[in-house]
Design a protein around this ligand. Structure first.
Ligand code: BEZ
Length: 394
């Protein structure tokens, strides 16, 4: 097993890739990798819709890895194209399918939305082109039926929800918990993963509400139903601008003082937490990263990222940074889809800011999940790491 190569984080922040929203960043396409020693990578991330902030963080994370590696992956010059995933699958599936079918693109990194990822796997499988998913957590993507061309550096939805279920069951005792999330694949799977481990540990669900994804700006009618059910706690998945609105309205209705609030870590991540401020104080979440993690790799990563971006990194930045790490190793094998897949199979332990992880047989990360609590430290809101969470056995 080959360990991935990672140059010192603070190496250089200065090489120039000029952003030009949604179009090629350098070069003009070409014949795909190999012949001239270069490789063409497309980054498919949202630049619009409720998940646009996540796309920005992912682009920053991937660029940081390139900057630290002299704009190369596997010793080959990288030609990077950034393509808009849009607000949902109606935009993301056609955009991703075009990249799968574009012979000049060697591999695609990104995809935030689970529904988009589910709509893209067949196109990448048919094109025999690697898709490195750096966020979308749809459970089946790295399940038994997964394509050998689709890999993931992020998480699977059921695992993130499942990681905190037992902890919440122990905290609430014989009280009931209310579940809330957006009505698409990810919302359903995060809540299902939580419910399975929560009920497995003796917990009881008071009720579930799924809110229309990407359209809901007034959560008050849903929150009123939550209050009426008198649960002992609430568990929620939201991300991006929906997370900001949900958490602020939860607080504004006075629920924050009445009902303890748990969620997946996306609820209080990065720019969302900054916008939520005090309204998020005390929320407990599960995730595989916090910028507050105390390890040497993360300390260096946070410093390098903050230097270039003036904000702390997020889990989205790390997932994309690690996509750079795994592709760097895999592209040493060559640039055809099968070469890259052979290289990915050979990936050793990744020295990641989230802590060491490696690919499991299902082509997704085998990693640690953390219990985080929103606290104010040195004047800034942060996800303090409280503990490691044990994954329930399925
Ligand atoms: C998803 O659709 O898989 C997803 C979106 C945002 C954050 C986490 C997961």
């Amino acid at each position: 097993m080959r360990a991935t190569r990672s140059l010192p984080l603070a190496l250089t922040m200065t090489f120039a890739l000029t952003a030009c929203g949604g179009s090629a960043l350098s070069g003009d396409g070409g014949d795909g990798g190999g012949d001239d020693g270069s490789v063409k990578i497309a980054l498919l991330v949202p630049q619009s819709g409720v998940y646009a902030p996540l796309g920005k963080d992912m682009e920053a994370g991937f660029r940081l890895f390139l900057e630290e590696n002299e704009d190369q992956l596997g010793g080959k010059d990288v030609e990077l194209t950034v393509v808009d995933e849009g607000a949902g699958p109606e935009d993301g599936v056609p955009a991703g399918t075009k990249l799968a079918q574009d012979d000049s693109v060697d591999a695609v990194v990104g995809v935030v939305n689970s529904a988009t990822a589910l709509g893209l796997t067949d196109a990448f499988d048919e094109a025999k082109k690697p898709l490195i998913i750096a966020n979308a957590g749809a459970d089946s993507i790295t399940g038994e039926e997964s394509s050998k061309y689709v890999w993931r550096t992020s998480f699977s939805n059921g695992e993130v929800g499942g990681a905190i279920g037992k902890h919440v069951a122990e905290e609430v005792g014989d009280g009931k918990v209310y579940l809330v999330g957006p009505d698409y694949a990810a919302g359903e799977e995060f809540l299902a993963g939580f419910k399975k481990s929560f009920e497995g540990a003796g917990g009881q669900v008071a009720g579930t509400q799924m809110t229309p994804f990407g359209k809901t700006t007034n959560f008050q009618p849903y929150l009123q139903k939550v209050r009426n059910a008198k649960p002992k706690a609430v568990f929620a998945f939201y991300a991006g601008s929906e997370a900001v609105t949900f958490v602020k309205q939860y607080d504004k209705l006075g629920l924050h003082d009445e009902i303890p609030f748990y969620g997946t870590g996306f609820l209080t991540e990065g720019g969302a937490l900054k916008a939520q401020g005090k309204s998020a104080e005390g929320i407990f979440t599960s995730l595989h990263y916090s910028s507050a993690l105390d390890n040497e790799t993360n300390t260096d990563f946070v410093a390098a990222y903050e230097e270039g971006n003036e904000v702390p990194p997020t889990t989205y930045s790390v997932q994309a940074y690690d996509a750079g790490q795994v592709l760097d190793g895999a592209l040493e094998e060559g640039t055809s889809g099968d070469d890259i897949v052979a290289g990915l199979k050979d990936t050793g332990e990744i020295d990641s800011p989230r802590g060491p992880w490696s690919f499991s047989d299902n082509q997704g990360p085998d990693q640690t999940y953390y219990l985080r609590k929103v606290e104010q430290q040195d004047g800034a809101w942060t996800n303090a790491v409280e503990d490691e969470l044990t994954q329930p056995s399925s």
